[in-house]
Write a protein that binds this ligand. Sequence first.
Ligand SMILES: *Cc1c(COP(=O)(O)O)cnc(C)c1O
Length: 337
Amino acid sequence: MTNTKQSKERKDIEIGDVWEARKRISAIVNKTPLIQSNILSEKIGRPVYLKLENVHEVGAFKIRGAANKILSLSEEEKRRGVVTYSTGNHGMAVAFVAKKLGIDAVVCISNRVPKAKVDSLKRLGAQIVIVGDSQDAAGEYCFELEREKGLTVIQPFDDPHVIAGQGTIGLELLEDLPNLTDVIVPLSGGGLLSGICLALKSNDRAIRVTGVSMEQSAVMYESLNVGKPVELEESETLADSLLGGIGLDNQYTFKMVQQYMDDVVLIPEEEIAYSMAYMIDKHRIVMEGAAATGIAAVLGNKIPHQEGDVAVIISGNNVDISTLLQLIQKYTLEKKG
Ligand SMILES: *Cc1c(COP(=O)(O)O)cnc(C)c1O
């Protein structure tokens, strides 16, 4: 990840920031449904609930953090516009929120980004700048636009407003599930997990939070093992939204995950694939690979603790239809003969 400016003093994020986020984003972000999964509950002998972050219009929870960050900008900053370089769910969320608020958004991408992604970003009204042939080159250009045009960079996870925005999921869980004991959270840069932990643990220290990542290129997992942020080579995975570094100069999420997360589970590729097909087959719910890691943890009985209500964060649904069709064919249709 590209270096960002380090001059700002680091301020701890507090539960009050999450409550403020909730109020701030309420005009743009709806509370999401929580449903009990009878089939999963029976399977593991304890109540399993699904927190449906796949139902947001952009298909992922990232709209919460993006909305909280962009709505917190000064009028002057809003007038100058925002910039980001994520091509995934965060980039889409930034484009969506900016369009809704009438703020200019630039998304810097490399010429490797597939046309389908470019098209959906364009549909969301973002201005696309194609630079270089790597994500790093696009990232550098993004910070150049910050310096030269005064655009505000909207970070995908390592930002207090983004973390507080994602934390609003935790507040909703507390309202809906008084007996909650375990929460399963897909983990990449850790904005989602940090925010949820902050909201839950400020209220009830006994609630346990388990992070889930894919087996290969799990950067936060490896960084925790080493005791500081590390970089890893990216590999091919269905959980593409969990790829990417945590930033060698990580300011917030590394420490928060280190402090708050109770357990972490890694999921093999095969189980991610199976879980995506399983949820279509049994629940008619479309999940992308990142979200399926949580379901795989349930199906594989990998939740570290054995009793109480479990909530799984179904973090997003942005997966190619062709990928989904292949998985359905492989795991469900063939069994029915
Ligand atoms: C970004 C993302 C995650 C991981 O969130 P972090 O804050 O980076 O840990 C999980 N699932 C989906 C679908 C995502 O887009």
